[in-house]
Design a protein around this ligand. Structure first.
Ligand SMILES: NC(=O)c1ccc[n+]([C@@H]2O[C@H](COP(=O)([O-])OP(=O)(O)OC[C@H]3O[C@@H](n4cnc5c(N)ncnc54)[C@H](O)[C@@H]3O)[C@@H](O)[C@H]2O)c1
Length: 213
């Protein structure tokens, strides 16, 4: 059994991860950390093999460092922070993904491929209005993987979950690649896969679900 703790357990994503871990036969939920629950991450680390972090851009690095220094592997879904300082850390592994949905990973791959052949592209990312970072981590990562300078437009509205359109243009034609997460459960197979694999990564940090597929 993999002993799993969740940082940000009272949040939208964290609560969904807690349910997914409780539903997995090979995992045990051993801790829920969140200021909203009055539980610090440091209080649960001793009971965990892996911590899943869906918190805020301000806390993700500090949390990942606390995990690694305690010998606990970390799976981080929080977006809008820079994992570079983790490169010099040893002791445990960190896996980071700006998007854990398989469809979004495929969208990024197809967009990267298409950008080699079409003249220009722009990204429109659309999310619920309580998302704190813009542009989204998925949009920033997509732009990084594509050829050329790619402008990103961010839409924040109630009613949305997580959506992205990559529009490529060339003479007399456009190509649109679109992904929609209509429910947070879309991210859970990717999160569970990362929990199972984070302990055996060849290096750390590893960024992007495509590395586990
Ligand atoms: N990678 C993905 O596939 C993916 C998918 C959806 C959302 N996200 C990202 O996940 C993050 C969380 O999103 P959300 O919608 O669940 O946000 P949310 O605001 O609902 O939840 C965040 C939770 O983190 C808690 N928190 C704050 N500081 C903490 C700390 N130091 N330790 C533990 N918990 C702490 C907050 O109290 C809150 O309950 C965002 O960065 C979002 O962009 C990633």
């Amino acid at each position: 059994m993999i002993r799993v703790g969740v940082a940000g357990a009272a949040g939208r994503m964290g609560a969904t991860v807690c349910e997914a871990v409780e539903g997995a036969d090979d995992m045990e939920l051993t801790g829920r950390a969140d200021p909203a629950l009055g539980v610090e991450l440091t209080e649960i680390l001793a009971d965990c093999d892996v911590v899943v972090d869906f918190t805020t851009p301000e806390t993700a690095l500090e949390n990942a460092l606390a995990c690694v220094r305690a010998g606990v592997h970390a799976v981080v879904g929080t977006t809008g922070w820079d994992p570079a300082p983790l490169r010099s850390e040893t002791g445990a592994n960190v896996f980071v993904a700006p998007n854990f949905a398989i469809g979004a990973v495929l969208m990024m791959r197809f967009a990267a491929e298409a950008s080699k052949y079409m003249a220009k592209a722009e990204i429109i990312e659309l999310h619920h209005d309580r998302k704190v970072d813009a542009p989204s981590g998925t949009a920033a990562r997509t732009a990084e993987l594509m050829d050329g300078e790619i402008p990103i437009h961010s839409v924040r509205l109630p009613g949305l979950v997580a959506h992205q359109e990559v529009i490529l243009g060339d003479v007399g034609q456009t190509l649109t690649i679109r992904h929609d997460s209509t429910d947070r459960t879309s991210f859970m197979p990717g999160v569970l896969l990362a929990i199972r694999r984070v302990g055996e990564l060849p290096e750390s940090p590893v960024i992007g679900l495509e590395h586990l597929l």
